[in-house]
Ligand binder design. Structure first.
Ligand code: 5GP
Length: 206
């Protein structure tokens, strides 16, 4: 894979996952404002845009037929069906960013994250969790849905939380500012890994 082949030349790949109710979107937004070298990977989806979402910025919104054509052409490095909708990451866009030396943040559910881990083992995998089960319940309850829908969401969230076990870093999101600080700390530490700084070290001896 390109990320391994051109050691030192490529950007850092970070993958963030979270169950619903963990506050991932707010963390990502803050992080993206903080680091201009870190780009957000815009995914493709068949789900309709929510109010305020912009095509090409939040997602590339596609019809199912178009999405399936892209699958057939092998354009997605990973894709999944999630709640009846298709989501996928473009391999070309992703590699273009990394090869230019930009860092890239991917927001993926865990199945997609696993596929990326197989192909980009040097990626950094971060899982955001709510601070506790009671807080998760409280956050889901705030959405004002029926008990049955809430129960279902809670079960789904708990299944997703099991996936946290294979991620590299866990961030408990109790307060947004602190969670953002922790993400920032992981990013800076990962950028400082010796294996990612070899080219710069070698430049001292040329
Ligand atoms: P939403 O529809 O709420 O924006 O996203 C639903 C879920 O899909 C979230 O967990 C998000 O992380 C995930 N997701 C968004 N884009 C992709 C993608 O390209 N691939 C995968 N595997 N998951 C995605």
């Amino acid at each position: 894979m390109s990320e391994i082949r051109v050691e030192g030349h490529t950007g850092l790949l970070m993958i963030i996952s979270a169950p619903s109710g963990a506050g991932k979107t707010s963390i990502c937004r803050k992080i993206m404002q903080m680091f201009p070298n870190l780009h957000f990977s815009v995914s493709h989806t068949t789900r309709p845009p929510r109010p305020g979402e912009v095509d090409g910025k939040d997602y590339v919104f596609l019809s199912e037929a178009e999405f399936r054509e892209r699958i057939a052409r092998g354009e997605f490095v990973e894709w999944v069906e999630n709640y009846g909708q298709l989501y996928g990451t473009s391999k070309k866009t992703m590699d273009a960013f990394l090869e230019q030396g930009y860092d890239l943040l991917l927001d993926l559910e865990p199945r997609g994250a696993r596929t990326i881990r197989e192909q980009y083992p040097r990626g950094v995998f971060i899982f955001i969790l709510p601070p506790s089960l009671s807080e998760l319940k409280a956050r889901l309850a705030k959405r004002g849905e029926s008990d049955a829908v809430m129960e279902n969401r809670l079960r789904t969230s708990l299944d997703e939380i099991k996936e946290a076990l294979w991620y590299d870093y866990i961030i408990f999101n109790e307060r947004l500012g602190e969670a953002v600080d922790r993400f920032r700390a992981v990013y800076i530490a990962e950028k400082s890994r010796r294996t990612r700084c070899m080219e710069r070290i070698e430049s001292f001896f040329q």
